[in-house]
Design a binder for this molecule. Structure first.
Ligand code: SF4
Ligand code: SF4
Length: 301
């Protein structure tokens, strides 16, 4: 199943310290609406069955987003919007937006929530948005981004007290979050496989990974190409057939790091995307792994 994170614009109305979507200085680009609609038609033809409208903040361009979602719905593409809920200041405002989204055919809303988001957006907005989804029959969940420190307990408790559907997600130390203090990780030796859904940026650059994958400046390892010069079919094919990407999906970052020579006790001190960056933002390492592909691919139990 082909899925895509669609970055219609990287403009946001707030500035979270932990934002992975942007570097220190946001560049506030936006796609042309007609072009975005054309791209969705092309994506449908190349078999894309799920689109997530993600960061920046899609509700800044609410009417455009409605049009994009509506077209996806007509093309049988599952849609999700990721939002910080700034627009849900009251029950009325939340309902007004949710009803329109529901009418346009939106499948799911993902509400971002964290101690960083909530410095800028009242947590009651997230509650209003979630309640409105429940009342109007729109599927939602809350993405609770955390560094798993004690400071986050009160935020988690708020979600529990209000019986909201939420899933904790580790902060990704990339983009603006790169400057944040790292947590002391205590975890098992995780495999760290990734689905790697591609990300389409507002300037039509496409990347094989929608999380930290745009922030590997020394190798541009996940860069697939620009949609103005390549078809989406070609770029999806590239993403699906690159042997190293395939190994990230099947073998996992941890086993690749171990193969590459990192000590296991060193590996467990990094989060997944940090480990990925150590390996794949290093030109010599990428060249070595590509040269040793047959041996690397055989590095399995
Ligand atoms: S994390 Fe989300 S809400 Fe916060 S600045 Fe980034 S895009 Fe905006
Ligand atoms: S570990 Fe690598 S492939 Fe996986 S989400 Fe992070 S940057 Fe993307």
């Amino acid at each position: 199943m082909r899925k895509l994170a669609f970055g219609y614009s990287n403009r946001c109305n707030i500035r979270c310290e932990h934002c992975v979507a942007t570097e220190e200085t946001p560049d506030n680009k936006k796609m042309d609406l007609e072009k975005a609609l054309e791209i969705i038609v092309e994506l449908a033809k190349s078999g894309v069955s799920g689109i997530s409208f993600s960061a920046g903040e899609p509700f800044i361009y609410f009417n455009d987003t409605l049009k994009l979602v509506k077209l996806c719905s007509q093309k049988n593409i599952y849609t999700r919007i990721v939002t910080n809920s700034f627009w849900a200041k009251s029950k009325e405002s939340a309902d007004e937006h949710i009803v329109q989204l529901k009418k346009s055919g939106l499948c799911q809303l993902r509400l971002s929530y964290s101690r960083w988001h909530q410095k800028n957006v009242n947590k009651l907005n997230v509650l209003n948005a979630a309640r409105s989804c429940e009342e109007n029959g729109l599927e939602y969940y809350i993405s609770f981004i955390s560094d798993f420190s004690k400071e986050d307990d009160q935020h988690e408790q708020f979600l529990r007290t209000n019986k909201l559907k939420f899933f904790p997600e580790p902060i990704i130390y990339s983009g603006r979050a790169d400057s944040l203090e790292r947590r002391n990780i205590q975890t098992d030796y995780q495999v760290n496989c990734c689905n790697m859904n591609p990300y389409l940026a507002p300037n039509l650059d496409m990347y094989a990974c929608c999380d930290a994958g745009t922030h590997f400046p020394d190798t541009n390892f996940f860069y697939l190409g620009n949609l103005s010069k390549n078809s989406s079919e070609h770029l999806f094919n590239k993403s699906e057939t690159d042997p190293l990407y395939k190994l990230i999906r099947s073998m996992g970052i941890t086993n690749i790091a171990s193969y590459a020579g990192m000590k296991s006790r060193e590996i467990i001190t990094y989060s997944k995307c940090e480990l990925c960056k150590i390996l794949f933002n290093n030109p010599e390492m990428v060249a070595r792994l590509r040269a040793e592909l047959p041996r690397l691919a055989g590095w399995n139990r």
